[in-house]
Write a protein that binds this ligand. Structure first.
Ligand SMILES: Nc1ncnc2c1ncn2[C@@H]1O[C@H](COP(=O)(O)OP(=O)(O)O)[C@@H](O)[C@H]1O
Ligand SMILES: [Mg+2]
Length: 236
């Protein structure tokens, strides 16, 4: 296992339901993502993009296969730990289409809420939050409320929140879907910058092909299989 490798998935399978409600979603997925990489995941609606992210994020249980996160094998035909929450807390940051900031908490309290719920020292989480707000150029918004920020600024706060625990992996499910094209480009460029500067692996689900040239690689779910396209041009 290389030091750079943050995610490795082997022969991963996922279906839902039984009998009439059976849906086969992911078939023998094999791929890996290194730290420093921004990888796009594209496929039509209902193809299993969110399901795949949620298996990597230890939220949805696969049916079979293997998942490595960093140098830890977390799943092999079953979870290898009872504490999937701990893995999520330590290794993973999630970003969604909506920012899900809490409207009645100011920006810094939104960032420190989860770390503090997880018993991280208040001073430590405050200094991490301040450092990230500075990094994202919104240091002056510390005590603003989410309603006082633009959509793009709130999404930056949501990205900062995903980085609060110094994750090795960022899983972003359509993070630009609610943004216009300029702001989408800004967010994707920011995700690439984070990948390189914070040494994290980022998987970003997107429907927007205009974002693909900004990514290092593209994974496509095609007929339940995860296919890698290293050259963005192959997609056309
Ligand atoms: N909890 C669930 N129970 C049953 N079926 C599900 C569940 N979650 C997702 N599915 C089904 O799995 C397929 C993939 O869904 P999803 O991963 O959300 O697709 P995408 O994110 O690519 O739009 C869909 O057919 C969806 O209906
Ligand atoms: Mg989805």
């Amino acid at each position: 296992m290389s030091k750079k490798q943050a995610i490795k998935v082997e022969n991963l399978n996922k279906s839902f339901g039984k009998g009439d409600t059976f849906v086969d979603v992911i078939h023998n997925a094999n791929f890996s993502v290194d730290k420093g990489e921004l990888v796009a995941l594209i496929a039509p609606s209902g193809a299993g993009k969110t399901t795949l992210l949620m298996m990597i994020g230890c939220v949805n249980e696969p049916n079979s296969g293997t998942i490595w996160l960093g140098d830890e094998k977390v799943y092999e035909n079953r979870w290898l730990t009872k504490e999937t929450r701990k893995i999520r807390r330590e290794k993973i940051g999630f970003i969604f289409q909506a920012h899900y900031l809490i409207p009645f908490l100011n920006i810094i309290d939104n960032l420190t809420l989860l770390p503090q719920a997880n018993k991280i020292d208040e001073k430590e989480s405050h200094s991490r939050a301040k450092e990230l707000l500075k990094y994202f150029d919104i240091a002056d918004k510390e005590i603003a409320m989410p309603s006082q920020l633009s959509g793009g600024q709130n999404q930056r706060v949501a990205i900062a929140r995903a980085l609060m625990n110094n994750p090795e992996i960022i899983l972003a499910d359509e993070p630009t879907a609610a943004l216009d094209s300029k702001r989408s480009v800004d967010v994707v460029k920011m995700l690439k910058k984070i990948a390189v500067e914070q040494d994290v692996a980022v998987i970003m689900v997107t429907h927007d092909e205009a974002m693909l040239p900004l990514c290092d690689r593209v994974l496509i779910i095609e007929d339940k299989k995860v296919v890698q396209k290293s050259n963005i041009k192959e997609i056309e």
